[in-house]
Design a binder for this molecule. Structure first.
Ligand code: MTE
Length: 315
């Protein structure tokens, strides 16, 4: 039976703002604000300690002169519809993600294809920490120290053939353990894609950790994509398949609502989402909104990839 989903349901419809509003209220009072800081300082090490420390990785490879978002916010305010809707659903259901014996299928237009264990895939790639901004299409943002390695290093190892113009990523599909996948929340499996040059760009990474520790399930353990100049939904979590193709893949959010979520999904303050503007964002933990920067502040590094393209059409 083909998978069905509710075509009227969009990203915003399944994103309750309650938590976000509660946070805003908290931030309004100075006393309340300092209380929450105190709480974060006490609870944070306990929360982070649930994840195993990553053995060795190079620090400070790419960093930012901006305050990092507390781990507790990054790990509890998440979008991962396989693990539940709402921002807190994914962390509440984190233990449902079957992390044992993770296999990644490599197929399509690569010279090296096959099924690899996570260790086999990671072994040749030294890990490094990079601090990136993450900007969600819902107009919130965070600053996160990821630990990972450039996707291009893996792609070079897999050797894309002449036919490879796009790279597609898929998330685990396991409705028996991820009950949301029995429902019409999204078209499953979650699928994302990049043009080959975007995938080969040195800023694009595959992450296995954050804050020096393994990724929590709700943030996409054991392996997720991070593309810092694109809206957060491009950062596909819990990857089990990487394919190369000649044709542009149909990506999940584009399949669901093509007028709202384009294939490119570059952070662009000049192109409004049909239902809300994109020129401002709220950094989680801050009260005042800040302007959204073209390409999320990475224009110097990536704007050339889109030279000559109409970014209103190719949104
Ligand atoms: N990947 C999968 N498999 N499923 C999802 O629901 N949500 C996306 C993206 N990756 C999602 C996903 C969205 S909408 C966002 S904003 C980012 O993950 C959020 O990443 P974070 O929760 O780690 O901040």
């Amino acid at each position: 039976m083909p998978l069905r989903w509710n075509p009227d349901l969009t990203h915003a419809d399944i994103t309750p703002e309650t938590l976000f509003r509660q946070r805003r209220l908290l931030m309004k009072g100075v006393v309340a604000g300092s209380l929450s800081t105190l709480l974060a300082a006490t609870v944070e090490p306990l929360l982070a300690a649930k994840q195993a420390e990553l053995p060795t990785f190079r620090k400070g490879v790419i960093t930012l002169d901006e305050a990092q978002t507390p781990f507790k916010d990054v790990s509890s305010y998440t979008n991962f519809y396989e693990l539940g809707s709402g921002k807190s659903g994914p962390s509440a259901n984190a233990d449902r993600l079957p992390l044992d014996s993770w296999q990644i299928t490599i197929d399509g237009a690569f010279q090296q294809t096959g099924s690899f264990s996570l260790a086999e895939l990671l072994r040749p790639h030294p890990l490094e920490e990079r601090v990136y901004r993450l900007r969600c299409v819902e107009a919130w943002s965070m600053v996160i120290p990821w630990v990972g390695f450039p996707l291009r290093d893996l792609l070079q190892r897999l050797q894309p053939t002449q036919a490879a113009r796009y790279i597609t990523f898929e998330t685990i599909y396991d409705p028996a353990r991820l009950p949301a996948q029995k429902e019409n929340v999204l078209p499953w499996p979650y699928r994302e894609g990049l043009r080959l040059d975007e995938a080969m760009h040195p800023l694009t990474i595959l992450a296995v950790g954050m804050y020096g520790r393994q990724l929590p399930p709700q943030n996409g353990a054991p392996l997720r994509l991070v593309v810092p100049w694109k809206y957060g939904f491009k950062s596909i979590k819990s990857i089990v398949r990487i394919s190369a193709s000649y044709d542009q893949p149909l990506t999940t959010w584009k399949q669901l609502a093509p007028d709202e979520y384009g294939f490119y999904a570059n952070v662009n303050p000049d192109v409004d989402h049909p239902r809300w503007p994109q020129n401002k964002e709220r950094r989680i933990g801050e009260f005042l909104r800040r302007p959204t920067l073209p390409f999320n502040g990475y224009a110097d590094q990536v704007a050339a990839l889109y030279q000559g393209m109409d970014l209103h059409k190719n949104f």
